[in-house]
Design a protein around this ligand. Structure first.
Ligand code: HEM
Ligand code: HEM
Length: 181
């Protein structure tokens, strides 16, 4: 029988990272109308959580290498398969690229990055160039918008398959219910 469900470890990583990404987006948005000192203080939380997401994503990918995920459901049309895979790959690219880009941008300001007091990432040895740092953060914000758009597509896809096609898609990522292989 083909295994249709992700492993519990993969599920744990998926849901922890999903929650952390949404919280991190809300933290960034919540700073919109704050005065600069307060904004920097709140953004420190965004930066620290971003590095935690980076670490979780690296661990998740290592786990994925060690334990292959179940093949996509055989009920998917070829274009759905390609679309789902593309979204998943772009997720991983952004889950790594956004925090690394953030760290790089921060480094061009010559600033270290404190991760909830647990450890500190030093500024990368790139020299000071605040202008380039600013450009990188603009690209980061665009990447942030792209990951949000991907989340909308991904969630609509999961809900459409689960509740309209009734193929049990959502249960592939949950420890209950009946997914189809
Ligand atoms: C919010 C941020 C989210 C991110 C970054 C994310 C990312 C991912 C990634 C990368 C995969 C592919 C796993 C792999 O094979 O390595 C995946 C699978 C999946 N995700 Fe999400 N996800 C998010 C939220 C959600 C939400 C809210 C739902 C439910 C509505 C959901 C439902 C699923 C399901 C059902 C799968 C399995 C797809 C399949 O194999 O058919 N995800 N997700
Ligand atoms: C996976 C982790 C991360 C995600 C998903 C993420 C996502 C986002 C999002 C959605 C925004 C808001 C964009 C907007 O308001 O239009 C943002 C802004 C920002 N992020 Fe991140 N981020 C992550 C990690 C980091 C890290 C590690 C840093 C470290 C320096 C960082 C620094 C910033 C800064 C400075 C801004 C403000 C950019 C601007 O408005 O010019 N982020 N991020």
């Amino acid at each position: 029988m083909t295994q249709a469900r992700y492993s519990s470890v993969a599920m744990l990583f998926h849901w922890l990272i999903a929650i952390a990404v949404i919280v991190n987006w809300r933290i960034a948005e919540s700073t919109e109308n704050l005065e600069i000192a307060e904004k920097m203080r709140v953004m420190d939380q965004h930066k620290a959580l971003g590095i935690v997401i980076l670490i979780l994503t690296v661990l998740r990918l290592l786990w994925r290498l060690a334990k292959a995920p179940p093949p996509l459901a055989s009920t998917l049309k070829p274009w759905e398969r390609t679309f789902a895979k593309t979204v998943h790959i772009l997720f991983y690219v952004l889950l790594i690229g956004l925090p690394l880009g953030g760290w790089l941008g921060q480094s061009f300001y010559g600033l270290a990055l404190d991760v909830f007091g647990a450890f500190t990432l030093p500024a990368l040895p790139v020299g000071k160039n605040p202008e380039l740092g600013h450009t990188i953060f603009e690209a980061h914000a665009t990447g942030g918008t792209v990951i949000l758009a991907l989340i909308v597509l991904h969630v609509l896809g999961a809900l459409k398959h689960t509740f309209i096609d009734k193929d049990g898609n959502l249960f592939r990522m949950l420890p209950f219910g009946t997914p189809k292989a």
